[in-house]
Design a protein around this ligand. Structure first.
Ligand code: AMP
Length: 287
């Protein structure tokens, strides 16, 4: 795996790549959910590029940018392909071909002035509770797409609204391109990649894997799978019980969750709740 620590290093390598390229953008602190995206990427392309960049513009003022888990050595080990046969106790892992680790100046050479505005899918749900979050996501993702020029880009269904926002951004590529060229003339605009969604990977007890799960205390960690359990209860009861959502809200509140939303959209059930200081999100398909 080639590690590319600047945009100029990426640019040089990218020019030499032939064949299809699949891209997996992440913020690091990698877990098996991220690795499932890398595995999926391999199905689409000969070259898999993973990026790790904790993007400041998608964090609100009072959010966890400063303490977001960063563990680059362990991330590199997880992305490095395992040889065959794998090490004892290890699994065969194809890994990534390139790991892009941009510095802040590679992404925002002019400071954080530029912004790509997210579309309608950013309204409601997280959009109501994380002001500017999806604009930050669209900004960093479009800059990364411009730099990496992938044929495919792989995102997790874990962040379902994000997946919908990015799909919308790519569909409205012309409009977005105009915005980008206005604000960022030094970047040529490339065609949008095909966006691939990957189902959420869960711990054995149902908790959706997340880099933020390390924030949970032992007690909170035991309680956290209730989010997924309640989603399943509501999904199964919804057709026969129109109070299913409010019953789940009550059950979660009684157990100490501070619910932000539990709503139906895109034929899914989506939830965000605080458990102590940790914000958890999850969602499931409705049929
Ligand atoms: P993050 O590093 O949290 O920004 O996530 C990078 C990508 O991994 C995003 O597309 C996420 O949706 C995806 N992802 C995070 N957790 C999971 C999970 N448990 N299962 C599948 N994909 C995930």
């Amino acid at each position: 795996m080639e590690i590319l620590k600047s945009y100029s290093a990426l640019k040089q390598e990218r020019a030499a790549i032939t064949g299809k390229t699949a891209f997996v953008p992440t913020m690091g602190a990698l877990h098996d959910g991220h690795l499932a995206l890398v595995k999926e990427a391999k199905k689409y392309a000969d070259n898999v590029i993973v990026s790790i960049f904790v993007n400041p513009t998608q964090f609100g003022k009072n959010e966890d940018f400063g303490k977001y888990p960063r563990n680059i050595e362990s991330d590199i080990a997880k992305l490095t392909p395992h040889p065959f046969p794998p090490p004892q106790g290890g699994r065969v892992r194809e890994g990534a071909d390139f790991l892009y680790l941009p510095q802040i100046e590679d992404i925002y050479p002019d400071g954080e002035k530029i912004s790509v505005k997210a579309g309608k899918n950013a309204e409601g749900l997280d959009g109501d509770f994380r002001t500017g979050h999806f604009d930050g996501v669209c900004t960093v993702v479009s800059i990364l797409f411009d730099q990496v020029q992938p044929d495919f880009a792989i995102f997790g269904e874990k962040d379902y609204q994000q997946l919908m926002v990015i799909r919308e951004m790519c569909e409205q590529q012309t409009e977005t391109s105009e915005l980008k060229t206005k604000s960022r003339s030094q970047f040529t605009v490339h065609s949008s990649p095909t966006i691939i969604g990957v189902p959420t990977l869960r711990e054995a007890d149902g908790l959706a894997m997340s880099s933020r799960n390390v924030y949970l205390s032992a007690e909170e960690r035991k309680l956290a799978p209730m989010i997924y359990k309640e989603l399943c209860v509501v999904r199964d009861a919804l057709r026969v019980d129109n109070k299913a959502i409010s019953k789940a809200q009550d059950a979660l509140t009684q157990h100490g969750f501070k619910l932000q939303y539990l709503e139906q959209r895109w034929n899914r059930l989506l939830i965000a709740a605080y458990l102590g200081n940790t914000r958890l999100i999850d969602n499931i398909a409705l049929d």
